[in-house]
Design a binder for this molecule. Structure first.
Ligand code: NAD
Length: 285
């Protein structure tokens, strides 16, 4: 059976390294990296995510700038707040928690975050830098998936990697990150014909489809590495896009849900916030 890739342990190690680097940064500059989180409205899940990001940033020694706007906030209210945080030197990174209330133009507002503070890596500018292979801040969940592969010493260069999903948040940037690592990348999506034939070609299979239990033993080549990005609340707890009990008998390594990619996402947000702070304090780098 497959080795279980322990995302909780890798995230904890990554956070320790970030805390160490934050302490060094603070000693050197006399300032702390600062993370501004913005929550618009009262979505319960979003509130929990934001709380968890703030708590982790404080634990790692960062300054916490949280703003909560009511669900009735206008586009201008959010835009004004983003402008204010963009010009505040104490704020290294700005995170606009998604989803926004439906009345608001998400892309237009996200794009008001300057690329140097875009710690979620979701602005059009950051996406362009990634597509071009230029330095910039990258989306956290794709970074986390790649970090887990690296922590398991999975060879990416030359390997056949299949990414299931092409969202702006996960699948698309992930495929681009993997391409930068010289993997042979295939992107599968909801219009892909004969998905099992495509995924069975993969040495490394990363699944971010948002469909519970989409991937079973019939989709996986013997000995492949499987990374499950999906998260779903079920009656028995959290579950992923991969039928873990089946695939664990076919893969050589697999991430569990929970405890796989999930914890990595916040760890990468923390690292991005530190990186953003360093980029401002040492712009020549
Ligand atoms: P999304 O719905 O925006 O995109 C899903 C993608 O999967 C689309 O590109 C679609 O074409 C593809 N897809 C859908 N059904 C498919 C099928 N039957 N076969 C092949 N491809 C199919 O979702 P997303 O935002 O990319 O998130 C994907 C999953 O990852 C969700 O379960 C989400 O909850 C989870 N997620 C986890 C984290 C984390 O921190 N671990 C972060 C973000 C998202």
């Amino acid at each position: 059976t497959a080795a279980i890739i322990d995302g909780k342990a890798v995230a904890a190690r990554t956070n320790e390294e970030t805390a160490q680097a934050v302490a060094e940064f603070t000693d050197r500059t006399g300032t702390r990296p600062g993370l501004a989180t913005i929550l618009v409205g009262d979505d319960a899940a979003s509130a929990v995510y934001v709380e968890s990001k703030r708590r982790t940033s404080v634990r790692l020694g960062m300054a916490d700038f949280h703003r909560h706007l009511p669900s009735t906030a206008s586009r201008d209210d959010v835009a004004r707040l983003l402008d204010e945080l963009a010009s505040d030197d104490a704020v290294s990174g700005i995170l606009l928690q998604l989803p926004l209330p439906e009345s608001l133009d998400t892309t237009g507002l996200v794009d008001l975050i300057p690329p140097s503070k875009d710690v979620d890596g979701l602005t059009t500018a950051s996406a362009g830098l990634l597509a071009r292979g230029l330095p910039g801040l990258r989306p956290c969940t794709p970074l986390g998936a790649v970090e887990l592969l690296d922590s398991s010493e999975v060879t990416l260069s030359g390997s056949r990697v299949v990414v299931v999903g092409r969202s702006e948040l996960v699948g698309r940037p992930l495929a681009q990150l993997l391409l930068q690592r010289d993997a042979t990348v295939t992107t599968a999506h909801s219009r892909t014909q004969d998905l099992p034939a495509v995924t069975r070609d993969a040495d490394v299979l990363v699944v971010a489809a948002g469909v519970p239990g989409l991937i079973g033993a019939e989709h996986v080549k013997k000995g492949a590495v499987v990374i499950d990005v999906g998260i779903h609340r079920t009656e028995t707890g959290l579950a992923g896009d991969v039928r873990f009990d089946e695939v664990v008998g076919v893969a050589s390594a697999i991430t569990p849900v929970p405890g796989g990619v999930g914890p990595m996402t916040i760890a990468m947000l923390m690292r991005n916030t530190l990186t953003a702070a360093i980029m401002v304090s040492e712009p020549q780098q």
